[in-house]
Ligand binder design. Sequence first.
Ligand code: GDP
Length: 298
Amino acid sequence: MFETLSDRLTSVFTSLRGKGRLSEEDIDATAREIRLALLEADVALPVVRAFIAQVKERARGAEVSKALNPAQQVIKIVNEELVEILGGETREIRFAKKPPTVIMLAGLQGSGKTTLAGKLGRWLAGERNTPLLVAADLQRPNAVTQLQVVGERAGVPVFAPEPGNGVGDPVEVARTSIEQAERNNHNVVVIDTAGRLGVDSEMMQQAADIRDAVSPDEILFVVDAMIGQDAVNTAQAFLDGVGYDAVALTKLDGDARGGAALSIRHVTGRPIMFASTGEKLEDFDLFHPDRMASRILD
Ligand code: GDP
């Protein structure tokens, strides 16, 4: 995860070692190197610019300190700015005052939505919730069965349309699932919605219709971190088309660069809430900006 950026930053810091005090030229040269490292990691340009401006300003203003040499000071600044760009605090789920809390998942096909529904269900159950997973992706053949399989492995019940009733109406499935949750005391409902391979208006409209029918407490935009800059573009399209409260980043395990993770918060203004780091159900957790920054700088 993020090996390229880690390596590049490490070599930037190494080149500062042994310096007594940072000159203006040192700061400029360091900023240039960090800029290149971020661009190589596929971080969006406006994010790179904002990041570098902050690092430069803080490095110039840094007091001469007995405790930290210049290299350590730069590492500290970069670390703090990484935490900031990744969202600062961990964003927890905002539960509804009156259950069930409705969480809707939106994103492209293949982003890992269905897998994430299972992971989220398992994670919620582990936090003493009684989740219900809802199969409202009726577009993709097998999506319903796939959610049922994932639900079974996660030990979480799945609400799905009755077989044999034609394709079915995802809005109706979502609406009915809330009634089912109320009847059976599920305190959280996780709705899996349809995605396409690319952004299209019909898919956006369907997600927006489900949103309007069930008024989710949280809409999570699920996105594959491995698609880099495309993740940022798709994130923007979903923000305009459906809107969402937070992001779930998937496939971080396969992401050697880190551009999506480092750009998405700044570009969309929405926090990353969950990180998915593998195909297994337990490869999943709340996203912790401070831990991620430490990993990058390790
Ligand atoms: P959906 O079309 O959005 O519902 O996507 P799926 O949940 O079917 O996931 C698509 C593929 O990505 C599947 O092969 C999953 O096993 C895989 N996948 C999902 N999440 C992760 C992850 O965090 N890491 C890795 N390596 N693979 C993942």
